[in-house]
Design a protein around this ligand. Structure first.
Ligand SMILES: [Zn+2]
Length: 244
């Protein structure tokens, strides 16, 4: 995977991007509003939470300070965090208290280059919603972003929820930009924002852990994440009345 060596990934840089967008009169909208929003300058800001609730909270806090609203997509079956733990409950409470929207991030567990059974996908997403709605009734919007989506999920529509890869998000006049693996594949995000009024509708995916942890290559950020996780785990062990 390519890394863009000239780019900075830090909370200060994220703030600079948001500030540029606000100064250029962009409005940050909920992903669900992409249906109805036709005019004006807007950014449907989406966060897929792959690895870190701490990073999600910090990005949510920054956005709140700037008066920005975003859609946070969480995994129900994550290997890295638990939405039903005290940490998970607290994270959802804080992020929603800032006025952000909560949605699902679903991993189909299928390879990107394979065709996937869309009926099965819908069934599994409904199971995720059933679980999350039991613990957090009414908190999650029926919006789903897919983790590493298999190719036939791009452009697919579902009756039970709005996919962020449905045609509504892929319309020609909505530009999609993603920071995946610390690489803006489509080019510099600030340069894009400055293309207004020619291009003024964006769907931007930002992964909070790529901005909160140490700047540099992906490996630097992930090393930092692991370091944080070690001290967090020690903290939990100490709270658990173990004789250490
Ligand atoms: Zn993901």
């Amino acid at each position: 995977m390519q890394w863009n060596p000239k780019k900075t990934f830090s909370m200060a840089e994220l703030k600079r991007i948001y500030t540029k967008a606000l100064d250029s009169n962009f409005e940050f909208i909920n992903c669900a509003d992409i249906y109805t929003k036709n005019n004006g300058y807007y950014i449907a800001l989406r966060h897929d939470i792959d690895l870190s609730l701490i990073a999600a909270i910090e990005v949510a806090k920054l956005e709140n300070e700037l008066g920005i609203q975003a859609t946070y997509c969480f995994m129900v079956q994550s290997n890295f965090y638990n939405l039903f733990s005290s940490e998970g409950r607290k994270a959802l409470q804080i992020i929603s208290s800032y006025g952000h929207n909560l949605a699902l991030h679903h991993h189909t567990m299928s390879a990107r280059n394979l065709q996937i059974d869309l009926k099965k996908v819908e069934k599994n997403v409904i199971i995720d919603f059933d679980v999350i709605d039991k613990y957090y009734p009414g908190k999650f919007e029926k919006i789903v972003s897919f983790h590493n989506p298999p190719k036939n999920l791009i452009g697919a529509e579902f009756d039970s929820f709005l996919s962020t890869y449905s045609p509504h998000f892929l319309k020609n006049n909505i530009k999609y930009l993603s920071d995946s693996n610390r690489y803006w594949r489509e080019g510099d995000v600030i340069e894009w924002i400055q293309k207004a009024p020619d291009i003024h509708k964006y769907h931007i995916l930002i992964h909070p852990e790529l901005w909160f942890y140490k700047d540099g290559e992906m490996k630097d950020a992930m090393n930092d994440l692991v370091e944080h996780q070690i001290s967090y785990t020690w903290g939990l062990l100490k709270q658990d009345d173990l004789n250490l």
